[in-house]
Each structure stands twice: as structure tokens, then as C-alpha cells.
Design a binder for this molecule. Structure first.
Ligand SMILES: [Zn+2]
Length: 231
């Protein structure tokens, strides 16, 4: 490969990496203000509960709502105000199931999910489903209050329009403890960047492949020169 071509390839690669990097920081928000009204009503279903439900779980959801009312992770551009009502027709509906994989057919290792009903970029309703425990190996492990609180905070964050964060310390980071299903909206918005990352990888591999072939060519030339000079 000639030198100018090499330079162009490097510049292209740098642009691609930069583009992918800056884009990843933007994935956090699905909608700026999905509810557009206040207060946001919440129904917490602690009546129709699964076998291993703990009465302390409801409080964890209330703490999670409080967390977001007080600013949460700082990613919201509006201040949500919640009102807990005793009516399932609320904006946000929270309920528990014994095991998400079995009851809801969710992906393995999923601890909770939020399913918003959307028109345009407005939320009409959001369904938060939390499981009360999971199989770890062969034994059933019930979630403690701390775990329930983390998962609740994370799911309420989704219900407020936030996607996943790439920051490990952020409540919206899809960490091991708060594994939830991949938000289809988020997947849709990250797909172009995944493709971008793939192009970068292919380019790097391609570049190294060309370099290797060039080296082999040079080596053959050297070998040829050496053998010919020996004659
Ligand atoms: Zn999530």
C-alpha cells in the first residue's frame, strides 16, 4: 500500500472510532419528557403477589420513586412527581412475578423489566414487572430488599424515559444484579453504532491483513535477492 492510502485509512479509522465513541454517550435517553403531565400516577400491586413475595418489597419501590423525585442519577431533564394510587389504570403499573423467565417468557437471568406503551415519543402507560427471586445454579434464591430496591430504581428510570448508561456506577447501567431484558427501543437506537463498531473492526482486520500480505511480498523479494546474489 502506498503512503497516502495508508494515511487516508488512518484518518478514516480515527473518524469512525470518534463517531462510535461520541454516539455511545448519547444512548442514555429514549425520550426527554415522556409523560408531559404531573403527577405521574403509580399503582403498586401488592395484592396479587407470587408465593415468595415479601411485604417489604412495596417499600423498596416507594424508595425508588422517592429516589427519582429527588433527582435520581441526574440524567432527567424534568423533575418527576409521583402519586401512588389504588387503581391499576395508573400511568405506571408495578407488579411482581415468581420468576420472569417462567411466567413472562423473558430472557434468562432477567430480574425485572419495564414495558412502556408509546405513541410518538410519549408514554401512555408503563408496565414494570419484577421477579422475587431467581435460580442460581439449582437453588432458588429470593431477592433481598437491597437488590429489589436497585432493580426498582433501574426500572423506574426506564419508565421515566431513560435508556441504559455506559457508566458502571450509574443506576441505569445494566449490571449483573439488575439484569433486565434488552429494551427494544434501545436496541433500535444502538444498532447503527453496533454496525459502526463492526465496520471499524473489519477495517482493522483488513488493514492488518493487507500489511501482512505486503510483508510477505517484501520477504519474498528479500529471499529472491538473497538467493540471486548467492548464485
Ligand atoms: Zn434496563
Amino acid at each position: 500500500m502506498k503512503k497516502p492510502a495508508k494515511k487516508i485509512l488512518f484518518v478514516l479509522l480515527a473518524i469512525m472510532i470518534l463517531f462510535t465513541g461520541t454516539s455511545l454517550a448519547n444512548i442514555e435517553k429514549i425520550s426527554d419528557d415522556p409523560w408531559e403531565h404531573s403527577p405521574i400516577t403509580v399503582y403498586i400491586d401488592d395484592k396479587d403477589t407470587p408465593e415468595h413475595y415479601s411485604p417489604t418489597y412495596r417499600e423498596q419501590v416507594e424508595i425508588a420513586l422517592d429516589y427519582w423525585e429527588k433527582g435520581g442519577n441526574g440524567a432527567l431533564s424534568y423533575q418527576p412527581v409521583f402519586r401512588i394510587i389504588d387503581n391499576p389504570d395508573a400511568d405506571i403499573n408495578v407488579r411482581w412475578v415468581e420468576n420472569l423467565e417462567k411466567v413472562e417468557g423473558a430472557d434468562e437471568g432477567v430480574a425485572g423489566y419495564c414495558r412502556p406503551t408509546i405513541t410518538g415519543n410519549k408514554y401512555l402507560h408503563a408496565e414494570i414487572v419484577l421477579e422475587v427471586g431467581n435460580y442460581q445454579g439449582f437453588s432458588w434464591v429470593q431477592y433481598g430488599d437491597a437488590n429489589m430496591q436497585e432493580v426498582s430504581k433501574h426500572e423506574v428510570g426506564h419508565a421515566l424515559g431513560l435508556g441504559h448508561s455506559t457508566d458502571r456506577s450509574d443506576i441505569m447501567y445494566p449490571s449483573y444484579e439488575q439484569r433486565d431484558n434488552i429494551n427494544p427501543l434501545l436496541l433500535k437506537s444502538t444498532l447503527p453504532y453496533l454496525i459502526g463498531a463492526l465496520i471499524v473492526i473489519v477495517t482493522i482486520i483488513g488493514y492488518h491483513g493487507i500489511g501482512w500480505r505486503k510483508m510477505r511480498k517484501q520477504r519474498k523479494q528479500i529471499e529472491k535477492d538473497v538467493f540471486e546474489s548467492k548464485k
